[in-house]
Design a protein around this ligand. Structure first.
Ligand code: SAM
Length: 237
């Protein structure tokens, strides 16, 4: 287990957002004050941490309630980060950012053509030489580990299962919540296009990116089908 953790300055292991932030800073290696776009920022967990450390950050997401939470958290923490509601397909920045980050499997929601248009818009949003960091589920690892996760939550028992449909290259994720008090079951299904490493790097190159690195985890171990993540660092020419 320990070998999956990065070590912080204090020598203690870093996990979750802390580990991801250390990885982002290390991988991007940007001077303070650089402009970063957090595409699909969710509750802003990366945007806020990066802004706190002296970067100019804009977080974009389509879900208004997530953005509200992000703004509230930033205000409470006295952090200067901006949050904008925008569908990633409508992203219209031009040469505005030193880096774009897309964290935690927040890509692949649309058709292949639309997903590629998103990459095109990310390319336009970057300054020349700007970097794009994308962190996704590793499709090949998912295929090898047909997992079902179960955990207990105060509101009930959760089961999360997923399987990859090989014909469509899509992961079908099913979540089921069993309320222990009432016995009621709530089901939720989520479908995401999961690209192989070759498919995604081809798409990035078609849009003009150079591929700089491929990682399998936030401790910078190289990509392989035995690692759960597929993290790619690309650069605009
Ligand atoms: C898995 S979450 C990742 C959130 C964040 N990057 C993180 O690591 O916490 C995916 C995010 O994508 C957003 N999203 C889904 N469809 C979108 C779209 N069409 N345009 C912009 N954001 C979208 C959701 O609102 C959600 O916040």
């Amino acid at each position: 287990m320990m070998d999956q953790m990065a070590m912080g300055d204090s020598g203690s292991p870093l996990l979750g957002t802390d580990q991801e932030i250390e990885f982002i800073l290390d991988a991007l290696n940007l001077p303070l004050g650089s402009a970063i776009l957090d595409l699909h920022c969710g509750y802003g967990r990366h945007s806020i941490e990066l802004a706190k450390r002296g970067f100019r950050v804009i977080g974009v997401d389509s879900t208004a309630s997530f953005l509200e939470i992000a703004r509230q958290k930033a205000t409470e923490m006295g952090v200067n980060a901006s949050f904008e509601q925008c569908d990633m397909r409508e992203l219209s920045y031009s040469q505005a950012f030193d880096a774009v980050i897309n964290m935690f499997a927040a890509f692949g929601f649309f058709s292949d053509a639309e997903n590629e248009q998103v990459i095109e818009r990310i390319y336009s949003a970057l300054k020349p030489g700007g970097r794009f960091l994308i962190d996704l589920l590793n499709r090949d690892w998912m295929l090898k580990n047909n997992l079902t996760r179960y955990w207990r939550h105060p509101s009930g028992d959760y089961v999360l299962s997923y399987k990859v449909e090989l014909v469509s290259g899509r992961a079908v994720m099913r979540r089921e919540l069993l309320n222990q008090l009432t016995g009621a079951k709530t089901k939720f299904e989520f479908i995401l296009r999961v690209y192989s490493l070759a498919e995604l790097t081809d798409m990035l190159r078609r849009q003009g990116f150079l591929i700089q690195a491929e990682y399998g985890a936030f401790d910078r171990r190289p990509y392989s089908s035995d690692e759960p993540r597929m993290i790619i660092m690309a650069q605009k020419k």
